[in-house]
Design a protein around this ligand. Structure first.
Ligand code: ARG
Length: 570
């Protein structure tokens, strides 16, 4: 539809010149002012003429009427004035040009190619070693991956980094807990669950005996000094944790280009700290080194603790410099919960004060917090829903439905996994990312209405229709639009490039998720009202198959962009 906004804007400019001899309008700017009328019957795009009333010294309804009189062209079946609005209805010939465009571009339809030649680093997922991989990580993982796919789709070269939380006092805590209460066989057998149990126990015990916290700091210090026993334990905890993450990443279809976690920067911070010192940015505050940010309305950014050990922001600063030098990124995007917004604002400011001219290319993409049944998640108290358990429950539920409804389905297990995991992702990515969500398992696992299973099922429906046509060796070429449902479907298909553009600009996968529902609704309405394979008119059948094929292609692309798999049969 964007395409038609542009054409309409050009026509408005030309007509304004002709009628009022006013030639100062910019078509691109004007195209941005065009709207979609609330009711499709009024038209496909509308121009609010009050925007010109000042420069043309005329009342909006008069302008609308004069423009409607003047403007014509094949692209629009009607151009009418309604009060101060000028409404354009796109002609079926023009809609058909969209279908040809989809057929021509195939899987790349919707991509503007705007990222060609540019590199973006995505820092996402990044769980903390030895802690549970829980529902709170769903956001960073699926929003981050979806944004990476979206950028790739638009031509960017993307680097996905899993900035593992593998360096910090929590590693000291884990070492203390293991040395005091741990058991090697149990960890070997139960994996990360045993590590989490130890972590929870540490916090329970430290409540009673706070000296355990000093012990943890001391163990971490030893780790930083490369104590062999602690290094061995730490590496082992990483391996054990990773085994679990990998299962989940595989279910989600995610791999990373780099797993350089926080520990990777342990020897890369000193030059940055030195630079801050030379630039007089560091201040001593009760023995700790900080960068004062009061002038910028923020609390100080902590760089070194009293004992000289580094902190989370210190590692982030070193990591940003390393990534700039290694990847020469045009943007480096961090996807985390909004609880970390201040952390990012602070250290982005420090990077700016350090004189790095690329500081403006650092982007924080926050998302809302997740609670469960109203309760906040907390690893320490053990109030968590693990991603693996959530996925397992959903997959189990889908298996039950498949057994009941289509027991003969091939590859039941992989379909159940794709649908079960897809249901959760879809539910999650349906909301604007910044909204806090209260996740209820029941509603996440309800497959009614606007859900992932509904969208995947619609996709499978398009595939099955197309394969039937293929079996008949029917070749779809030509044909004309004969039903309003066909036009409506094309209208929705024509919106895809615009949806991609908006999602990219706002870092908002939910734009795509919502679009998927609009597309499925339009397709299913078409499917129910217009016989496709069974149509006895070859021309009609051809057009309907072409529409099905275009829907299949766009829907498949859209689903994959939000990390959802697309089984051929469900
Ligand atoms: N490990 C952190 C956490 O779980 C997230 C890391 C985000 N990335 C970064 N570069 N700080 O909260």
């Amino acid at each position: 539809m964007q395409k038609f906004k542009k054409i309409a804007a050009e026509k408005i400019c030309a007509a304004t010149k002709k009628i009022w001899d006013y030639g100062d309008l910019d078509p691109t700017e004007l195209a941005g002012a065009l709207e979609y009328p609330p009711d499709g019957d009024m038209g496909d795009v509308a121009f609010p003429c009050f925007r010109l009333s000042k420069v043309l010294r005329n009342a909006p309804p008069k302008i609308a009427a004069a423009l409607a009189e003047e403007i014509s062209g094949d692209e629009f079946s009607s151009v009418t004035a309604a009060g101060g609005y000028l409404n354009f209805k796109v002609s079926s010939a023009a809609l058909l040009s969209i279908l040809s465009e989809i057929e021509e571009k195939g899987e790349s339809y919707g991509s503007s190619g705007c990222g060609s030649g540019k590199t973006v680093v995505f820092d996402y997922s990044s769980p903390n070693i030895s802690k549970p991989f829980h529902i709170g990580h769903l956001g960073t993982t699926v929003i981050g991956h979806s944004l990476k796919l979206l950028h790739e789709f638009c031509g960017y070269k993307c680097v996905g980094v899993n900035h593992l939380g593998d360096w910090g006092t929590q590693n000291g805590k884990q070492i203390v807990a293991f040395k005091r209460w741990g058991n090697r066989e149990k960890v070997e057998k139960e994996g990360i669950d045993a590590l989490v149990e130890l972590y929870v126990k540490f916090h329970e015990e430290a409540e009673k005996d706070p000296s355990l916290n000093d012990e943890a700091r001391a163990e971490f210090k030893k780790l930083e000094e490369h104590d062999p026993e602690n290094i061995e334990l730490w590496k082992w905890f990483i391996d054990v944790s990773f085994k679990e993450y990998e299962v989940t990443y595989k279910q989600l279809g995610i791999t990373f280009d780099s797993y350089n976690g926080e520990s990777f920067y342990s020897d890369k911070m000193a030059p940055q700290i030195e630079k801050m010192r030379e630039m007089n940015l560091l201040k001593l505050d009760d023995g700790a080194s900080i960068v004062d940010l009061e002038e910028y309305g923020m609390p100080p950014c902590l760089i070194l603790k009293r004992d000289g050990s580094t902190l989370y922001p210190t590692r982030d600063i070193a990591a940003a410099v390393y990534r700039k030098n290694t990847y020469n990124f045009d943007k480096c995007v961090y996807v985390t919960s909004s609880a970390q917004s201040l952390h990012f604002a602070q250290w982005f400011k420090v990077v700016e004060l350090m004189g790095y001219d690329w500081h403006g290319d650092l982007v924080h993409v926050p998302y809302g917090t997740v609670s469960i049944g109203g309760a906040k998640l907390a690893t320490r108290s053990g109030n968590v829903v693990l991603l693996k358990d959530l996925f397992a429950q959903s997959i189990e539920k889908v298996k039950g439905i498949i057994e009941e409804k289509s027991p003969d389905l091939e590859e039941k297990d992989s379909v159940a996994e794709a649908v079960g995991v897809g249901a959760i992702i879809f539910k999650y990515l349906f909301n604007s990312r910044i909204k806090d969500i209260d996740f209820s398992l029941d509603s996440a696992l309800s497959f009614e209405g606007s859900t992932g299973p509904y969208a995947q099922y619609t996709y499978a429906r398009t595939r099955s229709i197309l394969s039937k046509a293929e079996n008949e060796s029917f070749i779809a070429e030509g044909g004309d639009l004969t039903a309003s449902e066909e036009e409506e479907l094309l209208r929705v298909l024509s919106r895809f490039p615009e949806v991609i553009g908006e999602a990219l600009e706002d870092y908002e996968p939910s734009d795509i998720t919502r679009y998927i529902i609009d597309l499925c609704t339009a397709f299913n309405r078409f499917y129910h009202n217009c016989p496709i394979i069974s149509s006895d008119d070859a021309e009609v059948k051809s057009m309907r198959l072409r529409l099905t094929s275009a829907t299949s292609s766009v829907l498949g692309t859209a689903l994959r962009l939000i990390c959802i798999k697309t089984p051929e049969k469900i």
